[in-house]
Design a protein around this ligand. Structure first.
Ligand SMILES: [Zn+2]
Ligand SMILES: [Zn+2]
Length: 269
């Protein structure tokens, strides 16, 4: 069995906007940040497909993905890092088209197993109640922990594949949808298969000091799990600016990312 990580998109939060003439918006081949983990059998047919985030353009990427196009399409889990539109705007299209595909195949509809944190669930119930109620089978984290906590592995039920969420700070998303009070909503993911490890660490801000200086046993354990990855996906939005008009952007700069990545050096453990 082989396992592949496919980047479905890594583009900016704002793209393909109605009424915008910028180069990004005029390019039909863009998609928001999203990754598929696909396990393949000896004939290169997919055995499992875990989809991490489903923003704009992601369904187009899946339709064209060599591992998942046409009859190869399957979807076992949807795993959401957080509720921001560029991570969930493709929900409706994914759900509606997957339902049509199952009907075409003569297969019964099954709600899509979907993992997210409780804070993100609050937002999805508010902003995407149709998809939430009609298509998804939510498997919630059951917590509202601060950043730097290793959560219980997602109950995938897929062989030796293990996905462990770790809470992260991403302040533009860390709030309650109604009261706007602080509510931690965001997760990164450590994927382990046998001795291989991949880390998906996106949409984090510069308030994740626990990565450089863990202050508790829990934070030390989280950094340890994030360390020594064979594949590390980490993002930044700017070279050095992290505040605009006095407001934190909610994203790291390249220099902060460098600091974080140094902390993940396998030499430390
Ligand atoms: Zn634009
Ligand atoms: Zn975000």
């Amino acid at each position: 069995m082989a396992h592949v990580l496919i980047v479905n998109g890594l583009d900016h939060a704002f793209l393909r906007e109605f009424g915008c003439r910028c180069n990004r918006c005029l390019n039909p081949k863009v998609a928001n940040t999203s990754v598929s983990l696909v396990s393949l059998d000896d004939n290169d047919d997919p055995l499992y497909h875990l989809l991490f985030d489903v923003g704009m353009g992601v369904v187009d990427s899946l339709v064209e993905s060599p591992c998942l196009s046409g009859d190869k399409a399957r979807l076992d889990w949807l795993i959401l890092s957080h509720w921001h539109p560029d991570h969930v705007l493709g929900l409706n299209r994914l759900c509606e088209t997957w339902k049509r595909t199952l009907r075409r195949r003569g297969k019964p509809w099954q709600p899509i197993s979907t993992w997210c944190r409780n804070g993100t669930a609050e937002w999805l119930r508010k902003n995407h109640d149709y998809e939430w109620n009609c298509f998804l089978d939510p498997q919630l984290s059951g917590e509202i922990h601060p950043p730097g906590i290793r959560l219980a592995p997602i109950q995938l039920g897929i062989g030796d594949l293990k996905v462990t969420p770790i809470t992260v700070s991403h302040r533009t998303a860390d709030m309650h949808p109604k009261t706007r009070e602080k509510l931690y909503c965001c997760a990164s993911f450590v994927i382990e298969i046998g001795s291989k490890k991949a880390v998906l660490l996106w949409d984090i801000d510069n308030k994740n000091g626990w990565i450089k200086d863990p202050l508790s046993y829990e934070q030390e354990e989280a950094v340890k799990l994030l360390s020594g990855a064979d594949y590390l996906f980490i993002d930044c939005n700017t070279w050095s600016v992290e505040a605009v008009n006095g407001q934190n952007t909610g994203h790291t700069s390249f220099s902060t990312v460098q600091d974080y990545v140094r902390a993940f050096s396998p030499r430390l453990y």
